[in-house]
Design a protein around this ligand. Structure first.
Ligand SMILES: Nc1nc2c([nH]c(=O)n2[C@@H]2O[C@H](COP(=O)(O)OP(=O)(O)OP(=O)(O)O)[C@@H](O)[C@H]2O)c(=O)[nH]1
Length: 136
C-alpha cells in the first residue's frame, strides 16, 4: 500500500574504544524519545555527504574530531515511526581525536555490546545491537 510517510535520513556512529566498548548517549529529557540511549549522529544538512554530516555531528555533540577514512559502514536501521520512516546507516569509528563530552546529551556511557540491551534505546536501534555483538 502507498504510504504518505516522509523518509528521514539520519547518520549514526558507534564509537568503539580499546576495550571493545561502544559509546551511547542519553537523549535530553525534554526531547522526543527523551531519556533513551542512542548512537551519536543526526540529520544531514544541505550539500553534505553522510560522512561529512557524521564528522560534523561528532564534533557538535561530543567535541571529538575524526576523518572519513576512520568511518566504516556496519549496517543500517530502517524503521517506521508514527510520523516518518527512519533510514539510518550505522558507521563504526575506532580512531578520533579528543575525549567525548556530552555537549548535547544528558549523559554518555561506554558499554559492552552484550550489555546494550540493558539500556532503553529507540525501537529502530534494537536490530543494530546484534551486528555490534557480531563485530566485537
Ligand atoms: N542520532 C540518533 N538518532 C536516532 C537513533 N535512533 C533513532 O531512532 N533516532 C532518531 O533519529 C532522529 C535523529 O534526529 P536528530 O538527532 O538529528 O534530531 P533530534 O530528534 O535529536 O532533534 P532536532 O530535530 O531538534 O535536532 C530522531 O528522530 C531520533 O529519535 C540513534 O541511535 N541515533
Amino acid at each position: 500500500m502507498h504510504s504518505e510517510k516522509s523518509m528521514l535520513f539520519v547518520v549514526a556512529c558507534a564509537l568503539i574504544d580499546a576495550d571493545r566498548r561502544v559509546l551511547i548517549a542519553q537523549r535530553p529529557a525534554d526531547k522526543n524519545m527523551g531519556g533513551l540511549w542512542e548512537f551519536p549522529g543526526g540529520k544531514l544538512e544541505a550539500g553534505e555527504s553522510p560522512e561529512q554530516a557524521l564528522i560534523r555531528e561528532l564534533r557538535e555533540e561530543l567535541a571529538i574530531d575524526t576523518q572519513e577514512a576512520c568511518l566504516a559502514p556496519l549496517t543500517f536501521a530502517s524503521f517506521s515511526y508514527e510520523n516518518f520512516h527512519l533510514l539510518m546507516p550505522l558507521y563504526v569509528c575506532r580512531k578520533w581525536q579528543g575525549t567525548p563530552q556530552a555537549l548535547e546529551h544528558q549523559a554518555l556511557k561506554w558499554v559492552r555490546p552484550q550489555k546494550l540491551r540493558d539500556y532503553a534505546m529507540p525501537p529502530a536501534d534494537e536490530p543494530l545491537i546484534a551486528h555490534l555483538c557480531d563485530l566485537l
